[in-house]
Every structure is written in structure tokens, then in C-alpha cells.
Design a protein around this ligand. Sequence first.
Ligand SMILES: NC(=O)c1ccc[n+]([C@@H]2O[C@H](COP(=O)([O-])OP(=O)(O)OC[C@H]3O[C@@H](n4cnc5c(N)ncnc54)[C@H](OP(=O)(O)O)[C@@H]3O)[C@@H](O)[C@H]2O)c1
Length: 280
Amino acid sequence: MKTNILVIGGTGKTGRRVVEQLQNRGIEPRVGSRNALPSFDWDNKDTWIEALNGIEKMYVTYYPDLAVPGAKEAIESLTYLAKELGVKKMVLLSGKGETEAEACEKIVMDSGLEYTIVRASWFNQNWSESFFLDPILSGEVALPLSDVLIPFVDANDIAEVAATVLLDDSYNGQIVEITGPELINFKDAVEMIEKASNRNLNFYDITLQQYTEGMKQLQIPSDVVWLIEYLFSHVLTNPNNQLVVNDIERVLGRKAKPFSIYAKETASTGVWNVEMTQTK
Ligand SMILES: NC(=O)c1ccc[n+]([C@@H]2O[C@H](COP(=O)([O-])OP(=O)(O)OC[C@H]3O[C@@H](n4cnc5c(N)ncnc54)[C@H](OP(=O)(O)O)[C@@H]3O)[C@@H](O)[C@H]2O)c1
């Protein structure tokens, strides 16, 4: 089927949901993934031309994060190629309070392409589809900076905003800042997951140094440890991140999803149910 929309990271936390949002509106986008046909691999520029060929609009999520070394250069090359190949508009997923991500935003904003920047706070789905899932499954959650307030945002809300601004050109040239509807800390989040999943979860407040040492002992790769430490020490503590913004309401005409509802809905999928997860 002919399509003129590409979703890079179309199998990931937000991209998968953007694909669903577009499909619900009768559009079958091209999925940007190493396993798609044509494939798209950030580490192999030879794949980029075919993936972008014939595309007019694209949603771009960089993996693993716009803060990592090499991200800026990759966004620069992709944006340049997109322009060369006649892509008209790019919607970039960015992170609130990340200096490196803002450098990537600037590349897109200065590129001459139409654009919308979707600048999101930390995702709810980090607890169910990313680095906080294993501690939840173990029942022992040890995290630093447990008193920092975070406006966790739902990946479904991000995707609905991304699909809307992708299709609606009245958002061209805008930075859309998306957060959840309330400020909560890690302990609040764990308590809501505990209640929703009907499990006993122990929470321990530890230092950032203890946290990174723990990751190293678990033999988590050093670049992942670096990224997580960076996100805690630079992004989480940035005062600009400790604010609720109402752009979800502005774009979608409804309120953002509260964490408690995310926890309830996610618990019902069984992802936090230890027996179900172990038998998978
Ligand atoms: N998590 C948060 O709290 C948060 C907050 C704000 C902003 N962000 C931003 O969100 C972005 C990530 O978006 P996301 O969470 O939606 O995605 P994600 O779930 O982290 O990413 C997974 C996607 O990346 C793809 N991928 C992995 N390695 C790849 C490679 N070498 N080449 C091509 N594709 C590759 C995967 O596709 P395949 O495996 O199928 O190839 C999959 O589609 C990051 O840039 C981060 O800065 C995250």
C-alpha cells in the first residue's frame, strides 16, 4: 500500500502507538524499524534512503535518547537527507529539560522543513515497558531522588498528540510541551502501582551513587548506566521539568491521563503480575 507517512521507532513505546493512532484514522504509515521492510537502522545510513523514499511527513524518535553522543549528528544527517528527498514535515519527539535534545530540536527547526517539536516529560510507560519494570517485578524498588516531583506523561497521550500534529499543519512551527496532569514522586508512583496491581512493593530511597553502583553490579552496559545517571542527575532535577503544562488539553481538547488511571489500566494487562511474566 502506498503511504507518505513514516514513523521512525514505529515499534517503540510512542511510535507503536502513533502507528495505531494513524491506523485508527484510516492511514497505514510506513514503520521505521530494523525489522521492517524497507528497514531503517540508525547505525546504517544505507537504509535511510529507501525508508524515506516517497515520504512527505515523518514522526522521529531517536534511540536510545537524544542526549547520547552521536544523536545530534544522526539527527543532522537525517534532517539533511529528508530535505534532499522532498520530505515536507518532521515531528520530533524530544525530552523536556535536556540540553542535548534542545540542540537536536534546533537542527530540525533551522532545517527549512515544516516541523512540530513534541517535548515530553518522563513517560508512565518507563514503569511497564522500560527500565523501571524489573524492579517492580522483583518487588524491591530502590531509587534515588525520591522526593523530586515529576509530571509523568502517558505514552498514549504522547502518541495522540504526535498523530494530531503530524496531520494538522496548524501546529507547524510549534513546540508542544506535554506532561501529565499532576506532579508525583517515585514513591507516589510505586504506591499507585502497588495498589493497582495488588502486590507488596518495598521502596528504598538510595543515593544516585548507590543506584549507579547497583546497575554496574548487575552488569548493565556502561553506556546505559551513563544514560540513566545523566537522566537522573541532569534531567530529573531540572526545575523546568517540575511543572505541569496543559498542551495535551490544548491539542486534544481533553485532560491528560493521571498516573493512577495508567496504573489501573496497566495492572489489568498482567504486565506487573510476576507469575504471568515468568511463564511468558
Ligand atoms: N522514556 C522517557 O521517559 C522519555 C521522556 C522524554 C523523551 N524521551 C525520548 O523518547 C525517545 C524514544 O522514544 P520511544 O520511547 O517511543 O522509543 P523506544 O521505545 O525507546 O525505542 C524503541 C524503538 O527504537 C527502535 N530502534 C532501536 N534501535 C534502533 C536502531 N539502531 N535503528 C533504528 N531503530 C532502532 C526500535 O525498533 P526495532 O527494535 O524494531 O528496530 C523501536 O521502534 C528518545 O529519544 C528519548 O529521548 C523519552
